[in-house]
Design a protein around this ligand. Structure first.
Ligand code: SF4
Ligand code: SF4
Length: 118
């Protein structure tokens, strides 16, 4: 069974341009949406994203909507804890495909890390 994990040097989910995420209002509270929009930089990337290092500059203090955890995914998406891995893996694959491409090294690294690829 595939188990979700984040991989280093990815950062694909830190591209926050609202045009890429038309359903934001459906899973963020009004306060979260305000916070989310305040994070979007001119280039569409999060203002806290270090694109050189591909790291979050506020990782310990990142917003709840940046966290892959059973409680946040249950609240935002109505996902049961036993569906979390599959749902989160799908989300990551979507972001990675959008940013780096379906056949990118980033996708291969992610799929190997979560157990989808040997
Ligand atoms: S898209 Fe997934 S693997 Fe990539 S940085 Fe975000 S959580 Fe990690
Ligand atoms: S706060 Fe950190 S984890 Fe969240 S989108 Fe910005 S850089 Fe990424």
């Amino acid at each position: 069974m595939a188990t979700w994990q984040c991989v280093k040097s990815c950062g694909a989910c830190c591209f926050l341009a609202p045009a890429e995420r038309p359903d934001l209002e459906s899973y963020l509270s009004p306060e979260q949406l305000t916070l989310y929009l305040s994070l979007v930089g001119d280039d569409g990337w999060c203002i806290h994203y270090d694109s050189g290092q591909r790291l979050c500059n506020i990782y310990p203090d990142r917003p709840s909507f940046c966290r892959v955890a059973a409680d946040t995914f249950e609240t935002m998406f109505g996902v049961d804890a036993n569906e979390l891995d599959e749902f989160a893996i799908d989300c990551c694959q979507e972001h990675i495909a959008d940013i780096y491409g379906d056949s990118s090294p980033e996708m291969t690294r992610f799929e190997q890390a979560v157990g989808l690829e040997p």
